[in-house]
Write a protein that binds this ligand. Structure first.
Ligand SMILES: *[C@@H]1O[C@H](CO)[C@@H](O)[C@H](O)[C@H]1NC(C)=O
Ligand SMILES: *[C@@H]1O[C@H](CO)[C@@H](O)[C@H](O)[C@H]1NC(C)=O
Ligand SMILES: *[C@@H]1O[C@H](CO)[C@@H](O)[C@H](O)[C@H]1NC(C)=O
Ligand SMILES: *[C@@H]1O[C@H](CO)[C@@H](O)[C@H](O)[C@H]1NC(C)=O
Ligand SMILES: *[C@@H]1O[C@H](CO)[C@@H](O)[C@H](O)[C@H]1NC(C)=O
Ligand SMILES: *[C@@H]1O[C@H](CO)[C@@H](O)[C@H](O)[C@H]1NC(C)=O
Length: 398
């Protein structure tokens, strides 16, 4: 990484040196009046400048500008070349803003050699520090649940004065002005997040957020965030897990995509396989919705659960979904969230007990009857047989 940076810098230096050589003794000044204007879009700033005054009488020159700005999200300088004299860039308003612009001349006036100004116009702007210190919100996180609705949450700073009220505002390119949160999420009487409905936010566009607020001691320190919602997807939980024993030592696990807006081909799955007595569980990743496990001892209890996230082919990053309900072999195959399931064994037990009592009394009755009427020599053997039968039945039930 460091070496790569060095090479890039060296190359840039060489290019600059080559460009600034000029055969005509011609030089060019850097641009003037470099300004950065904040139109209230939470970091989407407008940079503008004027051509150098010395250029005004130059004809037959094509003028370009080389803009460099410190990209606080990547922690490195980014550059762009353009003939226009203004440009909008996303900055993190909580960090220093650093911008540099130089002039490049080309065309007949320089005998078609590129000449770049040796100096640049530079602007460094410190973050504006408004608000009561140590009142900025913490752990801001946005989740785009199953691509249906976006929830952004934050934690209040422990030093926030009592009776404070937080506000969330957001902006993206399709909005003229910043807009306040449509529905706040409340916890313990405080605003702890914002719930956006599906239609209100575009994908593949920077969305800028500002969480500010007021308190009896003055305005709270604002915090700024910028993100694209397609990189914050948390898929829904998978369901309909199905486990099938194949030929010996083989198990086939199948499941279904969660219903909703997340395209099935975008999901990758993690399958967790835990085997009784064996720790830790093994994990495997697949892009299919099934997995065949070989060398599985069917006599042992094997449990599985799955979770998903968007693959790198569909989003730069994604959050894992919650784990599905586990499914185990030697159990019911379908996992359905039925509350009766836990009560069922009790019913089965009661039923078995009633049957046992009935069979027992029938047996005793029959045996006594036989003993009385026929007075056979070995009445107990019949009783024993019946008992034996009954015992087999209950053993089978259990
Ligand atoms: C730069 O700004 C100053 C003051 O605003 C103005 O007098 C000057 O003409 C500007 N320069 C250019 C090249 O526009
Ligand atoms: C540009 O040309 C005009 C007239 O030709 C002259 O008055 C002016 O001083 C020149 N400006 C510069 C910056 O050379
Ligand atoms: C500009 O270029 C044109 C042809 O490309 C030429 O006729 C003209 O004289 C040039 N003007 C100056 C001021 O160099
Ligand atoms: C312009 O460049 C060409 C070759 O690129 C050269 O032959 C010519 O002399 C140059 N003209 C001037 C005025 O420097
Ligand atoms: C946010 O809105 C969605 C859809 O309207 C809803 O399902 C979800 O429960 C809401 N979240 C909170 C924390 O209220
Ligand atoms: C919070 O930010 C919004 C949008 O910039 C602004 O209109 C509002 O006055 C701010 N609120 C406080 C308490 O600073």
């Amino acid at each position: 990484m460091v070496i790569k940076c060095w090479v890039t810098h060296l190359m840039l230096l060489l290019i600059t040196w080559k460009e600034s050589r000029n055969c005509n003794g011609l030089t060019v000044d850097p641009p003037e009046n470099l300004t950065v204007v904040d139109p209230g879009h939470f970091g989407h700033l407008e940079i503008s400048w004027s051509p150098p005054g010395s250029l005004i009488n130059m004809t037959n020159c094509s003028t370009l500008y080389h803009l460099e700005y410190f990209n606080t999200y990547r922690n490195s300088w980014s550059a762009a070349r353009m003939s226009i004299r203004s440009y909008s860039v996303q900055f993190d308003l909580m960090k220093d803003i650093k911008v540099r612009v130089s002039t490049i001349l080309d065309g007949p006036c320089t005998n078609n050699t590129m000449i770049q100004s040796t100096n640049y116009a530079e602007l460094i702007q410190k973050p504006t520090s408004t608000g009561v210190v140590d009142t900025e919100v913490q752990d801001f996180i946005c989740l785009f649940h199953n691509m249906e609705y976006l929830e952004c949450k934050w934690r209040r700073n422990p030093k926030t004065p009592a009776n404070s009220k937080h506000n969330l505002y957001f902006w993206h390119k399709k909005l003229g002005q910043a807009v306040e949160c449509p529905t706040y999420i409340m916890s313990g009487g405080d605003r702890s997040g914002c719930n956006f409905t599906e239609t209100s936010l575009p994908k593949f566009t920077d969305i800028n957020f500002c969480v500010n607020g007021s308190s009896p001691k003055g305005p709270l320190k604002p915090t700024f965030f910028s993100l694209q919602i397609q990189n914050h997807v948390k898929p829904a939980i998978a369901n309909k897990l199905h486990l099938q024993a194949g030929t010996d030592m083989e198990l086939q696990l199948q499941w279904e995509h969660p219903v909703g807006r997340v395209p099935g081909h975008c999901l990758e799955w993690e399958v967790e396989h835990s085997q009784e007595g064996k720790t830790p569980p093994t994990k495997s990743v697949t892009r299919q919705t099934s997995l065949i496990l070989t060398s599985v001892h069917n006599s042992e209890r094997n449990c599985f659960r799955v979770r998903s996230k968007l693959s790198k082919y569909c989003a730069d990053k994604s959050f894992w979904s919650d784990w599905s309900q586990p499914i185990c072999n030697q159990e019911k195959k379908e996992i359905a969230p039925e509350p009766q399931l836990s009560v069922a064994p009790v019913y089965v037990g009661i039923a078995a007990a009633i049957i046992a009592v009935l069979v027992l009394s029938l047996c005793v009755g029959a045996a006594l009857k036989v003993k009385k009427s026929r007075r056979e020599k070995r009445p107990n053997s019949l009783l024993a047989t019946l008992f034996a039968k009954h015992v087999t039945v209950t053993a089978g039930d259990a």
